[in-house]
Design a protein around this ligand. Structure first.
Ligand code: UD1
Ligand code: CA
Length: 461
């Protein structure tokens, strides 16, 4: 099977400097989500039709994985876009009379699943139809092309909303913009050549191909999408919000059914990739973006942002920000912690309030309880870091970042600075207020690196 993705449109209604398909959708772009659903179908190749912002979009394609593009210089409509696709090298070399076996999708329907696309292909073949259209029954069909059927329920045409009569506008079955062509290449071209732009938008509508097919005695069927919310097309910011909310709500329902508690799911945003173990509790105002995995019996929130991270069982993450981190079981984080990329917490670690950690490994049962910055460091097991302690990992002169390595069972007093690169042996004590600049090789040492206190009696008088 071959796939054509129509993606050249200007997305005028989206009002953005960026192509609408490059906008984020719960941790991945709309573009990436649509592409993944298609890759899962294992096509011979995917031919993208690009125009608006071609350089940015084409840079995301992998020609070694059979993803190609062709430019549609002027956006004259979806039929013109498909015609442009068919003028690409890998189509013109195809035998004219062989079945083209072609799936067409748009770039703005990120909720469509691989399974739904498979169903469309399957039912078109099963019913020996030449064209299969993916449709859905919508409570509010506004904005979509309507499926016009005869009294005996046979498809006759797709009518764009702007060209509908008042009665046609009441039809609730809509065109999802996905088609499967099970006919010869030459027949498809003949159909496309017949399309005119005599409509309200003066565009060449791909949807007009259906009327042509019917007049030419071809069989056209519709495959109704079981979950109608999958067909949501993103044309505007309002559509984007609706689609994100829909995907999020679906994931919440799925997780609730698996035994996860949400105290107020209406305030939670959650990606379809998020996995949560049973008996975990999600408090209000949390966001789970991208690939997030949380173990069982963990408590998350309120007000917590987690992106592309893994968290173990029996953890408590309160009012915190976590991006690309890996947290083992029984850890406690927050409130108000900022865990940045490449943070790894081993079992039983405690990260307290106003603590920032970046690119660091914190060993088993270690504690960084208050007001600290741990950057580019490795802490052993059962280390205790006093309040206000930081690692000075950045040399502003050289621009280099260096590592701080602290051994097992080291106890660090409050308000210390480790000027990296620096390394402290196991079981040492670092006195409060120390600025540590030298390596300490011997374990069990006491390190004091601060000026001695001077008391001048009666000085004030
Ligand atoms: C289209 C369908 C409509 C359907 C809806 C489903 C047509 C005429 N209408 O309407 O029946 O209900 O999708 O979401 O097909 N594009 C190009 N080149 C162009 C014009 C568009 O590549 O010259 C691309 C766009 O980038 C987009 C897709 O084609 O990915 C669909 O275009 P869009 O303007 O979003 O069509 P809709 O009005 O949503
Ligand atoms: Ca659209």
């Amino acid at each position: 099977m071959k796939i054509v993705v129509l993606a050249a449109g200007k997305s005028t209604r989206f009002k953005s400097a960026k192509h609408k398909a490059l906008h984020d959708f719960l941790g991945q772009s709309i573009f990436a989500r649509v592409k993944q659903a298609l890759i899962n179908l294992k096509p011979d190749f995917i031919q993208f039709v690009l125009g608006h912002q071609l350089p940015v979009l084409s840079a995301l394609l992998k020609s070694d994985q059979q993803e190609f593009f062709i430019e549609q210089k002027q956006q004259l409509g979806t039929a013109h876009a498909l015609k442009t696709a068919l003028s690409a090298e890998r189509f013109i070399n195809l035998p004219e009379n062989e079945n083209i076996n072609l799936l067409i999708t748009c770039i703005d329907t990120p909720l469509l699943t691989t399974e739904t696309l498979q169903n469309l292909i399957h039912s078109t073949k099963l019913e020996k139809a030449e064209i299969g259209i993916l449709t859905a029954e919508l409570d509010n069909p506004t904005g979509y092309g309507r499926i016009i059927k005869s009294k005996n329920d046979l498809i006759q045409a797709i009518r764009e909303e702007k060209d509908c009569t008042e009665n046609e506008r009441k039809i609730s079955e809509i065109n999802a913009g996905v088609y499967y062509f099970n006919l010869s290449f030459s027949k498809l071209k003949e159909g496309l050549d017949s399309i005119q732009n005599t409509n309200s938008q003066q565009e060449y509508y791909l949807t007009d191909l259906i009327e042509w097919a019917i007049t030419n005695n071809l069989k056209v069927i519709s495959s109704i999408c079981k979950d109608s919310s999958e067909v949501l097309g993103i044309n505007s910011r309002a559509d984007l919000e609706k689609a994100i909310q829909t995907a999020s709500r679906k994931q919440v329902q799925k997780l609730m059914a698996q035994g996860i508690t949400f105290l107020d799911s209406t305030t939670v945003l959650i990606s379809p990739e998020t996995e949560i173990g049973a008996d975990s509790v999600i408090l209000p105002n949390c966001q789970f973006i991208g690939k997030v995995k949380i173990g069982s019996e963990s408590n998350i929130g309120p007000n917590t942002f987690i992106q592309n991270s893994e968290i173990g069982h029996n953890c408590s993450i309160r009012q915190s920000n976590l991006v690309e981190v890996n947290i083992a079981d029984q850890c406690s984080v927050g409130p108000f912690a900022n865990l940045r990329p490449q943070t790894i917490l081993d079992t039983g670690v405690l990260i307290g309030d106003f603590v920032e950690v970046k690119n660091s490994f914190i060993g088993k049962n270690s504690k960084v309880s208050h007001l600290s910055y741990m950057g580019d460091c490795t802490l052993g097991e059962e280390v205790n870091i006093g309040a206000g302690t930081i690692t000075a990992n950045y040399n502003a002169l050289s621009g280099n970042k260096s590592k701080t390595i602290i051994g097992d069972k080291v106890k660090v007093g409050s308000n210390c600075v480790f000027v990296a690169p620096v390394q402290i042996a196991d079981s040492c004590f670092v006195a409060a207020g120390s600025t540590v600049t030298q390596d300490v090789e011997h374990s069990n040492s006491l390190i004091i690196a601060r000026s001695k206190q001077i008391i001048k009696e009666n000085w004030v008088k």
